[in-house]
Design a protein. Structure first.
Ligand SMILES: NC(=O)c1ccc[n+]([C@@H]2O[C@H](COP(=O)([O-])OP(=O)(O)OC[C@H]3O[C@@H](n4cnc5c(N)ncnc54)[C@H](OP(=O)(O)O)[C@@H]3O)[C@@H](O)[C@H]2O)c1
Length: 224
C-alpha cells in the first residue's frame, strides 16, 4: 500500500492563466507556499497576481524548479501549443505534474503530435520531451472553475483526483499534494494509464468519488 509523505511541500506552478491561478489560490488557501511563473518576467505579473492569485510569489519561468527543496514539485499549466517555449532544462530534477490537455483544434508541437499519432499518451510524450523530470499526470481533469473549491467541498464525499506515474515516489508526492488540496488521491497503474484522465476519457470534468474514479481508471484509492 502506498504511503503518502508526511510533510506538505511548496508548490511551483508554470503558467499563470485560468488554471495556474485557480490552482495557486487553492494551494495558498490550503496553507502551501506557492511560486508561480508565466512567460512574462515577475515584475510584469504583479497586477495580474494581485487580482487572480494573491499570496503567491512570482518567479521567472527559468527558476520555477528552484524552490530550495531536493525534488521540487512543478505543475505544468502551459497550453500544449506553447510547450516549445518551455525549456526542458528549467525542469531538470523536478517532479513535473503534467496538467495539460489539448483543446479541440489546438495546433501541437511536432514532437507531441507525432507521439500522439504513434499511440502514446500526452504525458508519455511530455515525459520524453522533459526527460530530466519525473512526470506525473494529474490535476488536468478538474476544470479551473472547480479547482478553487472542488477539493474543499463540505460533506463526507470528497472529490477524487487521478494521479498517474511510473514513479511510486513521485506519485506519492503528488498524492500528498492532492490531500493537501482536499482531494482523495487515486493512483493509476502507470503513466500510460493517465490517458483515461484526458478530455475524451470517462472521468474528465466529472466530479466523482474515489471508488467511482478507481473503478473507471483501474486505479487504487489512497487513504491519508
Ligand atoms: N482552464 C482549465 O479549466 C484547465 C484545467 C486543468 C488543466 N488545464 C490545462 O492547463 C493548460 C493551461 O490552460 P489555461 O486555461 O490556464 O490557459 P491560459 O489561461 O491561456 O494561460 C496560459 C498561461 O501559460 C503561460 N505560458 C505560456 N508559455 C509559457 C512559458 N513558456 N513559460 C511560462 N508560462 C507560459 C501564459 O503566460 P502569459 O500570461 O505570460 O502569456 C499564461 O499565463 C492547458 O493545457 C489546459 O488544457 C486547464
Amino acid at each position: 500500500m502506498t504511503e503518502l509523505p508526511g510533510t506538505p511541500r511548496p508548490l511551483n506552478i508554470l503558467g499563470a492563466g485560468r488554471a495556474g491561478t485557480s490552482l495557486a489560490r487553492a494551494a495558498a488557501s490550503a496553507g502551501l507556499p506557492v511560486r508561480i511563473a508565466s512567460s512574462r518576467p515577475p515584475t510584469a505579473m504583479r497586477l495580474h497576481l494581485a487580482q487572480y492569485a494573491p499570496r503567491t510569489t512570482a518567479v521567472a519561468a527559468a527558476e520555477i524548479a528552484q524552490d530550495g527543496t531536493e525534488q521540487p514539485i512543478v505543475v505544468l499549466m502551459v497550453p500544449q501549443e506553447d510547450l516549445d517555449s518551455v525549456d526542458p532544462d528549467w525542469l531538470d530534477g523536478c517532479v513535473l505534474v503534467d496538467a495539460t490537455n489539448r483543446w479541440a483544434e489546438e495546433p501541437l508541437p511536432g514532437w507531441l503530435q507525432s507521439a500522439l499519432d504513434a499511440g502514446r499518451s500526452s504525458s508519455q510524450a511530455v515525459a520524453a520531451r522533459f526527460s530530466g523530470a519525473t512526470v506525473v499526470k494529474a490535476l488536468n481533469h478538474v476544470s479551473h472553475w472547480d479547482l478553487d473549491t472542488a477539493g474543499r467541498s463540505p460533506g463526507p464525499e470528497r472529490r477524487a483526483l487521478g494521479v498517474a506515474s511510473d514513479s511510486e515516489d513521485a506519485a506519492a508526492a503528488v498524492g500528498r499534494l492532492a490531500v493537501d488540496l482536499g482531494f482523495v488521491p487515486v493512483l493509476l497503474p502507470g503513466l500510460a494509464a493517465g490517458r483515461t484522465l484526458e478530455p475524451d476519457g470517462p472521468v474528465f470534468n466529472r466530479p466523482m468519488s474515489a471508488p467511482e474514479l478507481a473503478l473507471l481508471t483501474g486505479g487504487t484509492v489512497v487513504q491519508d
